[in-house]
Design a binder for this molecule. Structure first.
Ligand code: GLP
Length: 246
């Protein structure tokens, strides 16, 4: 079942999402959080850091499993998701980084890396709460629109639109990685709770296609309509094309 939380703007999305994650950590201090990268969750992470700094939150027993990583980037490359997570969250809270898992983009053996990551997720029996963003083409993690939903961790060729969208972070288009390792749709769906944050008019079409239209692998996020505990936190701009359906 989808629960929609309407936020005023990005700051409000971030506050509301951080409150839900904080509640999860309070309820189960050793919970497993599935985490995401991109601009959407940055504000949520800032709010969580503020809660840690004020003494409200303790990350010492929290474990994390990230959604995805670019193939070919080292952990220290400033566009790797490992680097993103350290700089946007892990380095600022009391989490034990030995408990933080991200696919290894430097492993050239895709089958081995996907199997290793599936075993990591399996060992945790899935995540307690999976945080997600949504991109204009509707992908979640790096599960691009295609003709079937993929279950486990997979090695994906990024869509041209994804490479275009990510080009702003690299000097040249040729520098943008063409492949990624991503947690599969099946693993995302095994999370006990899914929390998707999104804001802005450029997400409005994806919100309409994924959450107010038919469930299909061409709109990967649409599968979340089948999740028993799916919370969408979206601002008014992101909901601008579905106003009449609310
Ligand atoms: C990448 C990640 C997605 C993430 C997106 C964020 O594509 N693979 O998991 O949701 O970036 O995009 P945005 O910057 O719009 O939040």
């Amino acid at each position: 079942m989808m629960r929609l939380i309407i936020a005023k703007d990005y700051a409000d999305v971030s506050r509301k999402a951080a409150n839900i994650i904080a509640a999860q950590i309070h309820l189960k201090p050793d919970c497993v959080l599935g985490l995401a990268t991109g601009s959407s969750p940055v504000g949520t992470y800032k709010e969580l850091i503020a809660k840690y700094e004020s003494g409200e939150l303790d990350f010492s027993q929290v474990k994390t499993v990230n959604l995805d990583e670019y193939v070919g980037l080292t952990k220290d490359h400033n566009q790797s998701y490992a680097y993103f997570m350290r700089t946007n969250l892990f380095d600022h809270v009391n989490i034990d980084q030995a408990n933080c898992n991200i696919p290894d983009g430097t492993n050239p053996d895709a089958a081995a890396e996907c199997a290793r990551y599936d075993a990591v997720i399996e060992a945790f029996s899935g995540t307690d709460l999976q945080l997600l963003g949504l991109v204009p083409n509707g992908h979640i993690g790096f599960n691009e629109p295609c003709d079937k939903f993929v279950n486990g961790t997979n090695h994906v060729k990024l869509a041209d639109s994804t490479i275009d969208a990510n080009q702003r972070f690299f000097e040249r288009r040729e520098d943008v990685p063409t492949h990624a390792y991503t947690m599969g749709i099946g693993s995302i769906m095994k999370a006990k709770r899914v929390l998707l944050v999104c804001n802005g008019k450029n997400k409005a079409q994806a919100v309409k296609d994924c959450f107010f239209g038919p469930i299909k692998p061409q709109a990967p996020g649409s599968i979340l309509q089948l999740h028993p505990d799916f919370i969408l936190v979206a601002d008014e701009d992101a909901l601008s094309l579905v106003k009449d359906m609310l």
